[in-house]
Design a protein around this ligand. Structure first.
Ligand code: HEM
Length: 277
């Protein structure tokens, strides 16, 4: 079933009958499948609640003034790289989370991120996960590294969740960028009109049926959004579902916006704004 109406999408996302599709258990330590079996994103019930609590605690550490720091950091690094912004959000987030060797980190995140979301296993993705675990073992928080459900896995999770989504948001926003439109308005409307993640999935625990939530269509539901197909940066914030909703929405919407905005701030202020698109 594909959900295309906003109200129905909110109901499914708020109903514990619908859970993320199950992931493979018992895979060898250090592989992509091993990691997916340990993260909040693909777990349910109390296990999900516990893992999500670790993530939100970490995100809270990065919140407040530090969200502004993420924006400033993304702006600075994009300028330093003369507009070549790919990898910048992940580098800034990785540094804020306390990871060492940021270039190696970004390369490993880039290699592991597609499989992390899709579940498609490969030798390259497994090697990238092993590398991420190694880097996490050398993180500045290493005294608190305790094993499977600890801080290190949570920090890796944050990077893998963030990578493609934030880069997708920046790329989509650049396609709509117009001189004079404030970066925050551009981002809010891009999130609604052109979400970086197009679909999120659930399984009905009672019937086993798969449910897809079509985020593009629900964000253009005419019952909720006037002239829904028109890109209108003057709308400001809207009740789009790009960050999910209900029981397990994205816990890092503010962080995502800060990272993307920092890149766009830099590109808007430099003559190199076309580079890296
Ligand atoms: C534009 C950027 C982003 C978008 C569009 C986005 C979207 C989403 C969505 C839709 C979900 C829920 C998926 C579902 O269960 O249906 C989600 C979950 C999540 N996101 Fe984001 N996200 C973004 C950026 C980020 C960033 C920057 C971080 C970390 C700093 C992050 C961390 C997470 C985590 C940890 C989860 C899993 C939450 C849980 O397990 O309960 N996301 N995101």
């Amino acid at each position: 079933m594909l959900v295309t109406r906003h109200t129905e999408a909110c109901s499914v996302l708020a109903d514990s009958r619908y859970v993320p599709p199950p992931v493979r258990q018992g895979a060898p330590v250090g592989t992509l499948a091993w990691l997916r079996a340990l993260v909040s994103r693909f777990s349910t019930g109390e296990v999900h609640a516990d893992r999500r609590a670790t993530l939100t605690a970490l995100l809270a550490e990065l919140a407040g003034p530090d969200v502004a720091r993420l924006r400033a950091g993304a702006r600075r690094l994009t300028l330093e790289r003369r507009g070549d912004w790919r990898g910048v959000p992940t580098a800034v987030l990785g540094e804020a989370l306390g990871f060492p060797e940021i270039d190696r980190l970004v390369e490993a995140v880039r290699a592991a991120a597609p499989g992390y979301l899709s579940g498609e296993e490969s030798a390259d993705a497994d090697a990238a996960v092993t590398e991420l675990v190694k880097l996490a073992g050398q993180g500045s928080w290493q005294g608190s590294w305790q094993g499977s459900e600890d801080d290190g896995i949570a920090r890796i999770t944050l990077l893998l969740q963030a990578h493609a989504a934030v880069e997708g948001l920046v790329a989509n926003a650049l396609a709509h960028a117009t001189p004079g439109v404030p970066v925050d308005d551009l981002l809010h409307e891009t999130l609604r009109h052109d979400p970086p993640l197009k679909v999120t999935r659930r399984v009905d625990r009672e019937t086993g049926d798969e449910v897809g939530i079509d985020l593009v269509t629900v964000n253009r539901d005419p019952d909720v959004f006037a002239a829904p197909d028109r890109f209108d940066a003057a709308r400001g914030e809207t009740p789009h579902l790009t960050f999910g909703a209900g029981l397990r929405p994205c816990p890092a919407a503010r962080h995502a916006l800060a990272l993307a905005a920092g890149v766009l701030d830099a590109l808007a202020g430099t003559s190199a704004s076309g580079e890296g698109r």
